[in-house]
Every structure is written in C-alpha cells, then in structure tokens.
Ligand binder design. Structure first.
Ligand SMILES: C[C@@H](c1ccc(Cl)cc1)n1cnc(-c2ccccc2)c1-c1c(C(=O)NCCN2CCN(C3CCCCC3)CC2)[nH]c2cc(Cl)ccc12
Length: 100
C-alpha cells in the first residue's frame, strides 16, 4: 500500500476492490460501485469518520472507533491520524487489486 501522504499518481490510478466489510463502510460514506482508487478509499473513510463524528472534538487527530464497524475492521478502540500504519494494515487485509 502506497503511503497515502504522498499524492503519487498511482494513488489516483490503481483500482482496488474492497472486501465486503470495508465496502459497506465506504458505501455508508456515499461511495458508489465496488472498485475505487486508493485515494477514493481514503477520501470515503475520512468522510465516514466525519459523518459519524468519530474524531475527538478536542484532539481532532484522535479517532475513537471502538463500538463502530470501522473499529471492528481496524481491531482498535482508537487511533491517531498521525500514525496511519494501522489503517494501512487494515487496507492490506481488506483490499484486492482490481483489473481495470
Ligand atoms: C491526511 C489525512 C489522512 C488520510 C489517511 C490516513 Cl490513514 C491518515 C490521515 N487526514 C488528516 N486528517 C484526517 C481526518 C481527521 C479527522 C476526521 C476525518 C479525517 C484525515 C483523513 C482522511 C482525509 O481524506 N483527509 C482529508 C482532509 N481532512 C483533514 C481533516 N478534516 C477534519 C479534521 C477534524 C475536524 C473536521 C475536519 C477532514 C478533511 N481520510 C482518512 C481516513 C482515515 Cl481511516 C483516517 C484519517 C483520514
């Protein structure tokens, strides 16, 4: 998984196919279809966190996902957006390459 912070072209070209549990979360955030670019996956996950107010209002880099489907996927109660490694690990488990 390419680090999301480097807006490389690949992030917005390679198509990936989320497994069902992740796809449900992306669809809850408004995603259509079943293949996305990595950039779109990250965008919709961000939208999901905001729509469900999972981020800490005072420490806005903290995401409290325990008790939410996102927390089930990550296997975490909380994480900081400053350390994306748990998210990358989850994506490795929940994305397959999609032939364009
Ligand atoms: C750099 C990027 C990022 C992207 C991926 C990762 Cl693994 C870490 C970090 N990022 C930085 N802060 C956030 C963020 C923080 C709180 C609530 C929602 C998003 C994000 C995330 C985005 C996103 O698409 N970000 C666009 C700009 N964000 C700025 C922060 N904005 C909110 C901050 C809280 C208050 C409301 C605005 C939303 C738009 N997608 C994500 C998906 C997940 Cl699983 C986790 C975090 C994010």
């Amino acid at each position: 998984i390419i680090p999301v912070f480097f807006p490389t072209k690949l992030c917005s070209v390679l198509q990936v196919r989320p497994k069902v549990p992740l796809l449900r979360i992306l669809q809850a955030a408004g995603a259509q279809g079943d293949t996305f670019t990595l950039k779109e996956v990250m965008h919709f996950l961000g939208q999901y966190i905001m729509a469900r107010q999972l981020y800490d209002k005072r420490e806005q880099h903290l995401v409290h996902c325990g008790g939410d489907a996102l927390g089930e996927l990550l296997g975490l109660q909380s994480f900081s957006v400053k350390d994306p490694s748990p998210v990358y690990e989850m994506l490795k488990r929940n994305l397959t390459a999609a032939s364009v």
